[in-house]
Design a protein around this ligand. Structure first.
Ligand code: MN
Length: 245
């Protein structure tokens, strides 16, 4: 059984998987990252390593912020998730399936929040990279087709991140062929609305407060200008043909 899969998302609510072997093979051949995902990856869920060193994102995100964010916040979600699924039917489900099965169920809010935050953070770390300015040409044309220009896309992403009123996430997503910017509150994920995530920015205060205090806009602008992993977004977009909606 292949449990090491390239990240991919199926938009079919009942079958949130859809990793195509072709995409995984292409990602492996290109030397791009993959993280363990898929129907076979069940509890206990691994606390996945950061794809870079603690200080790799300085000066935009300090090692201090990153170590708290990863080692305290993300680790707590991951530990809570594993505690909550223990000895329940959820222990036999993939993380993605748990998220979709618990979304919108008030009696499963704790499990949803911890499962979604575990997923969101693993995804987020891969959305960041040092000197992440390069954008693959194919992604650039898709962004230009949907937003008019790369600049307009970045502006919309920044606005979504700054305007998200409380704790939450700003996302670049694919809605079929159309690329869009959306924001979600708390642990919410775009997949529950049938949207496929390409990139995200964490705008919970724990993501920036140690470095920027209340200056969320400044943090967001610097992340967008310096740290976004557009290759990762392109890789997520490339898997689109295998997505069922
Ligand atoms: Mn966070």
């Amino acid at each position: 059984m292949n449990t090491e899969r390239s990240f991919n998302v199926s938009l079919n609510r009942r079958d949130f998987l859809g990793t195509s072997a072709k995409v995984a093979a292409a990602a492996a051949a290109a030397g791009t990252f993959s993280f363990a995902r898929g129907e076979q990856a069940t509890a206990p869920f691994a606390f996945e390593p950061l794809p870079f060193a603690d200080d790799a994102l300085e000066p935009v995100i300090s090692a201090h912020t990153l170590s708290f964010h990863y080692d305290k916040h993300h680790r707590a979600y991951s530990n809570n998730l594993n505690e909550l699924v223990k000895d329940t039917p959820y222990a036999r489900m993939s993380l993605e399936r748990i998220i979709l099965d618990t979304a919108g169920k008030p009696d499963q809010a704790g499990l949803f929040n911890n499962a979604a935050q575990t997923w969101n953070h693993t995804f987020y770390w891969h959305c960041l990279k040092p000197n992440g300015r390069q954008m693959p040409a194919a992604l650039q044309s898709r962004i230009e087709a949907s937003f008019g220009s790369v600049q307009a896309c970045k502006k919309e992403l920044a606005q979504a991140a700054v305007n998200e009123f409380a704790s939450g996430w700003a996302w670049l997503v694919a809605d079929g062929q159309q690329l869009k910017v959306v924001s979600t509150t708390d642990a919410e994920v775009p997949m529950t609305d049938g949207l496929k995530p390409l990139l995200t920015i964490d705008v919970w205060e724990h993501a920036y407060y140690l470095d920027y205090q209340n200056r969320r806009a400044e943090h967001v602008e610097k992340v967008i200008d310096n740290l976004l992993n557009w290759q990762f977004a392109a890789q997520n977009l490339d898997s689109e043909l295998s997505v069922k909606k």
